[in-house]
Design a protein around this ligand. Structure first.
Ligand code: ADP
Length: 399
């Protein structure tokens, strides 16, 4: 059985074709700059030449058609006909309260995703274009949607409600949803498997730190709390997002700087975080390099990033009344030994000791980086959201 995984953005579409018999990736690629006359298509697979072409792709329907054309192409393709694709799985950012699990796409599911446009105006409309584009090109192929929010739907009211008038929750569903759920679900499952322990017995803090960053307190395989909120702006300091700030700063800045609401929104999402503090870059590699070369602002950005993450880990250990596993994933979590070291150095009181040699090893597999007698296990777990989407799609359609 072959599953095509699609992550549709407003001007881009990423894809992977999986063979579910061995969970191998047969091909992957992306279409960028959809809507322009110079869209870029890149595609790669194990044994065939790579594709990179520039052509006019004005909408998602044409983008999906182009992907299929490449997948079945005699020179670059990996399948002989479209009928080899048994199902398509989509990443959808916001599932609101309606979706606690992945589901097969139906008219009702599409209508519900549409109702959620308000909560994720930058993402859900683009995902819908992807779903409709597949429907147009492959009308008989079942589709599944996998939500970034679904894994966190186990949060209790005490975690997901904000202490603001309750009518706002009733009327507008203003509450914490959390994001990166597919990643937190995948890595927490992999961590339990790696440790050979039932996930039901473990208290974990999962740190997904990339450009976007969030951590989750996971008890027995279920989210108790997570740092992103109604939108992905809350929580940790990120590449260009502020994370937690005093909400009163917003009206204050609007007043003092004569900015509009949307300008402040853009400031907090696109011009804050490590970018703003370092004055240099949102990219941890560049910040690390500059810090090592003596740049004081880069060091401040690094230190703030680490400090804020440590505070969350401590808070979640308290919220769970203990911690068995601390895990790191995503671009920074998987690759930055210096961030992991700095975070762990400051929270040894939890009963956690990093092994420096293991921490600096470069491996792409799940690995333990704490000392053998560390009570809290510290793991690096490479995330793979696409694989989890492919697995859910396979499970739901292969009945
Ligand atoms: P996204 O949220 O866009 O998916 P990623 O998970 O790819 O982001 O993470 C991107 C971040 O990972 C960037 O800040 C980048 O600098 C960081 N990163 C990637 N490789 C390294 C590395 N070797 N050392 C430090 N940081 C790294």
């Amino acid at each position: 059985m072959k599953v095509l995984v699609i992550n549709a953005g407003s001007s881009s579409l990423k894809y992977q074709l999986y063979n579910m018999m061995d969970e191998s990736v047969l091909a992957s690629g992306r279409v960028e700059r959809i809507g322009m006359d110079s869209s870029i298509v890149t595609h790669e697979s194990a044994n065939k030449p790579e594709v990179r072409d520039v052509r006019e792709i004005l909408d998602h329907v044409t983008a999906v058609k182009r992907v299929i054309d490449i997948l079945v192409h005699p020179d670059f393709g990996v399948i002989t006909s479209m009928s080899e694709i048994d199902a398509v799985g989509h990443r959808v950012v916001h599932g609101g309260e309606a979706f606690k699990h992945s589901v097969i796409v139906t008219q009702e599911v599409k209508a519900e995703i549409k109702r959620l446009f308000d909560l994720a105006p930058l993402h859900n409309p683009a995902h819908m274009m992807g779903i409709n584009a597949v429907e147009t090109n492959m009308p008989n192929v079942p589709q599944v949607v996998v939500f970034d929010t679904a894994f966190h739907q186990t949060m209790p009211e005490t975690s997901y409600l904000y202490p603001i008038p309750k009518v706002l929750y009733r009327r507008h569903k203003i509450r914490r949803y959390g994001f990166h759920g597919t990643s937190h679900a995948y890595v927490s499952g992999e961590a339990a498997r790696f440790l050979g322990k039932p996930i039901e017995s473990l208290k974990m803090v999962s740190c997904h730190i990339g450009n976007g960053a969030s951590c989750a307190a996971i008890v027995g395989g279920k989210t108790l709390d997570t740092s992103m909120g109604m939108t992905p702006l809350e929580g940790l300091m990120m590449g260009t997002r502020s994370g937690d700030i005093d909400p009163a700063i917003v009206p204050f800045v609007i007043n003092k700087e004569e900015l509009t609401l949307s300008e402040v929104n853009s400031m907090l999402n696109k011009h804050s975080g490590m970018q703003a503090i370092s004055g240099l870059s949102s990219d941890m590699r560049e910040i690390d390099e500059a810090m090592n070369a003596g740049d004081a602002n880069a060091k401040l950005a690094f230190d703030m990033f680490v400090y804020r993450l440590r505070k969350y880990i401590g808070a979640y250990a308290a919220a769970m009344n203990g911690i068995d596993v601390l895990l790191f994933t995503a671009g920074i979590g998987e690759n930055s030994a210096s961030v992991r070291r700095a975070v762990c150095e400051g929270i040894t009181f939890l009963g956690l000791e990093l092994d420096d040699a293991l921490n600096t090893e470069r491996k792409k597999t799940v690995r333990e980086i704490s000392k053998p007698d560390s009570r809290v296990k510290v793991l690096v777990v490479p995330t793979n959201e696409e694989l989890l989407i492919a697995r859910d799609t396979y499970k739901l359609t292969n009945v």
